[in-house]
Design a protein around this ligand. Structure first.
Ligand SMILES: [Fe+2]
Ligand SMILES: [Fe+2]
Length: 160
């Protein structure tokens, strides 16, 4: 059920996974049949793998990936075009509140994750990892590949 590198990954995000803010993502629908928590945890793991492969800071990518959609409101409350541009800012504000502040690089990982739809572009390999992971995971979720992955069960079990 668990990937071979699971413990190493989990050590990077353990503290965040036990936070009530991240647990709240389970109640927010992100893509059809996929909660915001499932999507964020999936992005976190994939961004961690990508960042390590690129010689970047895997811990930063894993944490920013987990918090990149921490907007914490019903996305259907906004028109989709507005949600597209507004939610990274809301996520960055909530992530900063949760972490007691964000470094400029951490903030850029979150604000630039919608690039090229966002004004801000990724300025680091960690931000590029989160941005690319967001696209790859969204495709896997929409194609229903995500539901069949053992990784899904591990990530769901990681956040009580
Ligand atoms: Fe997003
Ligand atoms: Fe996302």
């Amino acid at each position: 059920m668990y990937p071979a590198d699971w413990e190493e990954y989990q050590a990077c995000v353990e503290e965040l996974l036990s936070s009530p803010q991240v647990a709240r993502l389970k109640d927010i629908r992100h893509h059809p049949g996929v909660s915001c928590y499932e999507h964020s945890a999936f992005v976190s793991y994939v961004a961690w793998r990508l960042a390590r492969r690129w010689g970047a800071d895997g811990t930063m990518a894993a944490r920013a990936g987990l918090l990149h959609d921490l907007y914490l409101y019903d996305p259907r409350s906004l028109p989709s075009w507005r949600q597209c541009f507004a939610h990274p800012r809301a996520a960055a504000v909530n992530a900063a509140a949760l972490r007691g502040g964000l470094s400029p690089r951490e903030e850029n990982c979150i604000l630039a994750h919608m690039w090229p739809l966002s004004v801000r572009a990724p300025h680091s390999r960690e931000a590029a990892a989160v941005c690319l992971a967001d696209k790859l995971c969204a495709v896997a979720e929409v194609l229903q590949v995500w539901r069949r992955l053992a990784l899904r069960r591990a990530l769901l079990a990681a956040c009580p």
